[in-house]
Design a protein around this ligand. Structure first.
Ligand code: ZN
Ligand code: ZN
Length: 353
């Protein structure tokens, strides 16, 4: 394993910048917030914010040579959307079902909505009523290698674009069905048009059994599909709702929406915005932003940093959603979040010292 360690100077410039107006803006943070952000400078394997670890040749940083986006580059970038009054709502459109009951879908997407609302603290997050795959009129196929159903991303993006409400900052589709972006591609976890504020992301491959022989989403090898007949999706397998699946879904959704805000893959510290090439690498990412990416998001939304951490902690502590009336006996599975609950408490402690 290799550790990517940046000097304190490098991290300070990435966070504070050396431009007068951005330094001035930084000075306006309270002593508590500065204390928290500056935890970045002493990053080691035991602190709140840790240096990036490389575990294998296939890790993201090794295979991509993107420029490292610091706070100044983020502020001066032209290719990003900022929420503005009248265009600041994040819409989530579920496509197909989540879990095996209709009520499970509602519960699951509500957990994700509430999570995003706290992560993007201060912005409204609204759910559009879930639709079946047929509503999108998308092309679909059976993957030649994994033998599971896949839907074509370009058609889903077009559907979402037409549906995007006037007050939307962005609209993101989420689905438990696997995706493909081109006939020649095996699959894709998700794709987005950043300038249009549209994205579609699938959690199908976050099923612990996806890559096993026993994966239940496999169809018969020579099944004949009628392009107009969506009944193949009726009762089609979706991953069981587990705490790990919820954690992975929360992480993917916030990472991807982060890109719509113009935040590029993080190469500074361990961070939810780190790029990932494979599931093990995305599981290694922490749940939240490093100080540099937190400052970028703060610049876009202007939230109260302490209130945001408190709200995230509260979401972990609430084990069911009191706002959703349903009789489904499904409590929010929080085991996988325990580590992050402790982490949030430490952040709050530093903010309050
Ligand atoms: Zn990404
Ligand atoms: Zn970061």
């Amino acid at each position: 394993m290799e550790i990517v360690r940046h000097s304190e100077d490098t991290l300070r410039t990435a966070l504070v910048s050396n431009k007068g107006n951005l330094i001035e803006l930084y000075q306006k943070f309270s002593p508590g917030v500065k204390r928290l952000l500056e935890e970045a400078f002493g990053a080691d394997t035991t602190t709140l914010f840790k240096p990036i670890e490389l575990h294998s040749e296939s890790d993201w940083i090794r295979s991509h040579s993107e420029a490292k986006q610091d706070f100044y580059m983020f502020c001066s970038s032209q290719s990003r959307l900022l929420p503005v009054p009248g265009k600041s709502t994040i819409y989530i459109q579920a496509i197909g079902v989540f879990g095996d009951l209709e009520t499970t879908t509602i519960k699951y997407i509500n957990w994700l909505k509430e999570y995003c609302e706290r992560f993007y603290y201060g912005l409204k997050v609204k759910l559009l009523p879930p639709v079946p795959v047929s509503a999108t009129a998308c092309t679909f196929r059976v993957n030649t290698y994994s033998h599971n159903l896949q839907i074509y991303t370009a058609h889903i993006l077009k559907y979402l674009k037409n549906k995007k409400p006037k007050d939307a900052f962005c609209i993101v589709g989420i689905t438990m069905i696997d995706l493909y972006p081109e006939d020649s591609w095996n699959f894709v976890f998700g794709t987005a048009s950043l300038t249009e504020g549209i994205g579609i992301f699938s959690f199908a491959r976050y099923d612990d059994n996806f890559y096993t022989a026993g994966y239940k989403g496999k169809l018969k090898k020579n099944i004949h599909l009628d392009p107009k007949d969506y009944s193949v999706f009726d009762g089609y397998y979706t991953p069981p709702i587990t705490s790990k699946l919820l954690l992975r879904s929360c992480k993917t959704l916030t990472h991807e929406i982060g890109h719509i805000f113009g935040i590029k893959h993080c190469q500074w510290l361990q961070c939810i915005m780190q790029g990932s090439n494979h599931l093990e690498e995305s599981d290694r990412r922490p749940i939240d932003l490093c100080p540099i990416c937190l400052r970028k998001l703060h610049y876009a939304i202007h939230f109260d940093i302490k209130k945001r951490y408190k709200a995230l902690l509260e979401w972990i502590e609430q084990n069911s959603n009191p706002n959703v009336a349903t009789t489904a006996p499904l409590d929010k599975p929080m085991e996988a979040f325990e580590e992050w609950k402790k982490w949030l408490l430490l952040c709050l402690q530093i903010l309050e010292e």
